[in-house]
Write a protein that binds this ligand. Sequence first.
Ligand SMILES: Nc1nc2c(ncn2[C@@H]2O[C@H](COP(=O)(O)OP(=O)(O)OP(=O)(O)O)[C@@H](O)[C@H]2O)c(=O)[nH]1
Ligand SMILES: [Mg+2]
Length: 73
Amino acid sequence: MLDRLVVPPLVVAIGPSNVGKSTLLNRLAGRPVAVTADEPGTTRDHVGSLVDLDGLIVRYVDTPGLQARRDGA
Ligand SMILES: Nc1nc2c(ncn2[C@@H]2O[C@H](COP(=O)(O)OP(=O)(O)OP(=O)(O)O)[C@@H](O)[C@H]2O)c(=O)[nH]1
Ligand SMILES: [Mg+2]
């Protein structure tokens, strides 16, 4: 339990572009941590923040959206 207090659990948001990953981080953080826009590819680099999930502090990291490869693979 003590290690959980010292090293917060890591939560990483991974998924397609433009589904609201950054908006969710901002809502959880209660402040504009990540840039959001109605355009795929808005997030270019990961950005993290400590957020309080109903009493559990976690390190929440937002990531760029997964892009389909040009060759379709
Ligand atoms: N209607 C609706 N729109 C939302 C919701 N969450 C986010 N959006 C909108 O969806 C668009 C994309 O939101 P982002 O948070 O930038 O999406 P993202 O997944 O971080 O996108 P990428 O960084 O490109 O991967 C923005 O215009 C948001 O306002 C939601 O719950 N409902
Ligand atoms: Mg984003």
